[in-house]
Design a protein around this ligand. Sequence first.
Ligand code: SF4
Length: 331
Amino acid sequence: MALLEVENLTTTFRIGVGRVQAVRGISFHVDEGEFLGIVGESGSGKSVTMLSVMNLLPDYATIKADAIRFNGVEMTKLRGKELRAMHGKEISMIFQDPMTSLNPLFTVEQQLIEPLKIHLGMKKAEARAKALELLRQVEIPAPEERLKQYPHELSGGMRQRVMIAMAVACNPKMIIADEPTTALDVTIQAQILELLEGLKRNSGASVVMITHDLGVIASMCSRIIVMYGGTICEEGSARDIFYAPRHPYTWGLLNSVPKISTGEHKKLVPIPGTPPDMLKPPAGCPFAPRCRYCMRVCTTVAPPLLQCGEGHRAACHLMHPNAPKIQREDA
Ligand code: SF4
């Protein structure tokens, strides 16, 4: 059953030289208890999509949607107090760089007990005990001492664990993790991903993992949405995306991920070119300037998302019955 339903979401940013069309009319859903991955390069619109859902964008952003329904509640109608009540309690977010998300002026304890007091109405002693329990849950060593520390006194991995503890503090129904491991060492990345997976399993919450790295989510996500140029170019189960991808951009992403488990020594193939200028996105397929299979129609007509299997959709003119039959190269 869908926990979050987003219909026709468009987000633009007004800047000095025009309007950045960051998200362009996308629709998707997040099911209860699922682990969804949103993948794409920087500037593809993946983070802006979820920040739009949370209504956490600055004033110069304009968010339009036919519907953003969370657990049956229309989020676009929520303002001020109602929206704040939703944040942290129902939906929480883990950001890429905990150093800029944690408040440097407050101790870990102060930052952890705040949402517990506000959202769950706990008294200070009860909130402190819960904060301690949360630090143990995210496997922080010597939690009593950590409570008294400030963010700058913790390592990067530990700060991210504190962020995760804050995110799960009020048992939210959905956790959005925005590149939670990008700023961390590889060994710590693996620990944080394992921790997130464990917390999801135990709490039953839905997790939306935003990442530019398909490799990071390979073993974790049940479903994946691939974004490019502010649009969804492919979505499907992890099996569809990894074993039967239909969009040339997804092929490119997969070809740029090392395949260690197969024992093959294949050269990584980067995707040529750069992402589109979202001030003036291409008229047709946003991937056309970088696509080796680009046809004339691709430069003028935006391909719709077409069904290519149960729950598997891709937006590419190659899926038209009359299009040339292309075999994925480098597979
Ligand atoms: Fe390439 Fe055309 Fe498909 Fe876009 S629609 S991905 S340009 S083949």
